[in-house]
Design a binder for this molecule. Structure first.
Ligand code: GN1
Ligand code: MG
Length: 420
């Protein structure tokens, strides 16, 4: 990696520590003090040239200065692994860190509605949660708004959740259990939230039937001629089309009630305490909308019960881990004991359909020419699709065991809830 100097400063030790996290290097120079009063510590800040690619630091800092930060922003570097928004970490002169995001308004055209949802939900959660690290905190603009509209796009800032980690893979079953507690509690805490006040930021987000319809329309057009390269994946998806309706049919029949759900419950959308790995705070609230608990449960399983990364190229490494499935199921059901029997019975379908649906979405975007998900290498969306379909195939093989795990975790959680 090559580095270039981006600033030379005299700063506080905490700031140095925070700046040195991520793609920055800080070097200290001891300079002779002309007044002979000891040594002046001068820090030279280097940033990797790769991380400068998207936007120059100066432009980013100019955006950050339009928010109510605690002091002058010094650095702003890319952060996290999200596929949709551009995320940066801003560090100020006082060493305070913030998360600054450029909202993807191609994916979320109603930014005003989206920010109203986030403001509503975070304020609601804060009424019962006193620890500031446990709820995301929006930092307002100098004008007092929750976001900013500039020529470069829409921007927002959050307080950085310090002393926390965000995992791409559970380090063990306990981590995954903890993330289940976080998402199960989130679901439970919002059970009385007035769902009708939420804007539907992406209509039909987890309507798997409609996702299939979009897939088939894109396939028929094959706009960039990629369908030929994805024949096995296309056949895999089409062979399971009938499954797509299972959850939406139960919803339409009134068997499953509509709740407020997060809808994007990847492990990396929850912050855990750095030392204890206890759950702190659920993040990425862009898709909080009315939905089914099976969506939240299922999307977590899709991502976290995979033994490899979502874009792993070696499919032998991609396996559906039943122990992790068991750990997550226990945590989710313990934290959300209010689920109905029908909701509990829908959970395995949530796991399978969220995985199938995500694979179909990656495949659709691949065929469409990669307009939706951020891609970082050739065929990235096709690689992602393959891992999802491998997981679906493995779930199909152990379906009875999955159902048994959900049944017994549900019974244990219900009797613990009765006893308390
Ligand atoms: C996107 O924004 P991020 O990376 O947390 C996507 C999810 C997908 C996920 C796949 C708004 O989530 O639906 O499951 O990528 N978010 C949106 O990794 O489409
Ligand atoms: Mg995310």
């Amino acid at each position: 990696m090559t580095y270039k100097i981006c600033e030379t400063l005299c700063i506080l030790p905490k700031t140095v520590y925070n700046l040195a996290q991520g793609p920055l290097k800080v070097k200290r120079k001891h300079l002779p003090n002309p007044h002979k009063l000891g040594i002046i510590h001068l820090f030279i800040l280097y940033i990797s040239e790769d991380s400068m690619a998207n936007m120059e630091m100066e432009e980013l800092l100019a955006v950050a200065r339009l928010f109510k930060l605690d002091s002058r922003p010094l650095s702003c570097v890319p952060h996290g692994e999200g596929h949709i928004n551009r995320t940066y970490c801003v560090t100020t002169e006082k060493g305070t860190r913030y998360i600054m995001q450029k909202i993807n308004d191609h994916v979320f055209p109603d930014v005003k509605g989206l920010m109203e949802n986030i403001e509503g939900v975070t304020e609601y959660l804060r009424r019962t949660e006193k620890d500031p690290r446990r709820v995301q905190t929006i930092v307002r603009t100098l004008e007092g708004d929750t976001y900013l509209r500039l020529e470069s796009g829409y921007w927002r800032v959050y307080v950085f959740v310090e002393d926390s980690v965000c995992l791409q893979q559970p380090e063990d079953g306990r981590d995954f259990y903890m993330s289940a507690v976080a998402f199960g509690s989130f679901q439970n805490q919002l059970k009385d939230y007035p769902a009708e006040t939420l804007h539907e930021t992406i209509p039909n987000f987890h309507n798997t039937v409609i996702r299939y319809r979009n897939f088939k329309e894109t396939l028929a057009k094959d706009p960039v001629g990629r369908a030929a390269k994805a024949q096995p994946e296309i056949a895999f998806a089409l062979a399971r089309e009938a499954d797509a309706a299972v959850l939406v049919d139960r919803l339409a029949a009134g068997i499953l009630p509509l709740k407020v759900t997060h809808n994007d419950t990847k492990l990396n959308n929850v912050m855990l305490d750095e030392k204890t790995h206890e759950p702190l705070c659920v993040i990425d609230l862009d898709t909080v909308m009315p939905g089914l608990p099976a969506y939240d449960y299922g999307d977590s399983i899709r991502f976290g019960a995979n033994t490899a990364a979502e874009d792993e190229e070696d499919l032998d490494k991609v396996r559906f881990d039943l122990d992790r499935f068991r750990a997550y199921t226990r945590g989710f059901l313990e934290a959300c004991p209010t689920l109905t029997q029908a909701e509990r019975e829908s959970l395995c379908w949530g796991a399978k359909l969220m995985t199938l649906e995500c694979g179909v979405r990656f495949l659709t975007d691949y065929i469409d020419g990669d307009h939706y998900f951020g891609v970082h290498k050739p065929d990235h969306n096709l690689l992602r699709c393959r891992t999802q379909f491998k997981l679906v195939a493995e779930m199909e093989k152990c379906w009875d065991q999955m159902e048994e795990i959900v049944r017994s975790a549900g019974a244990a959680a219900a009797s613990a809830d009765d006893a308390s």
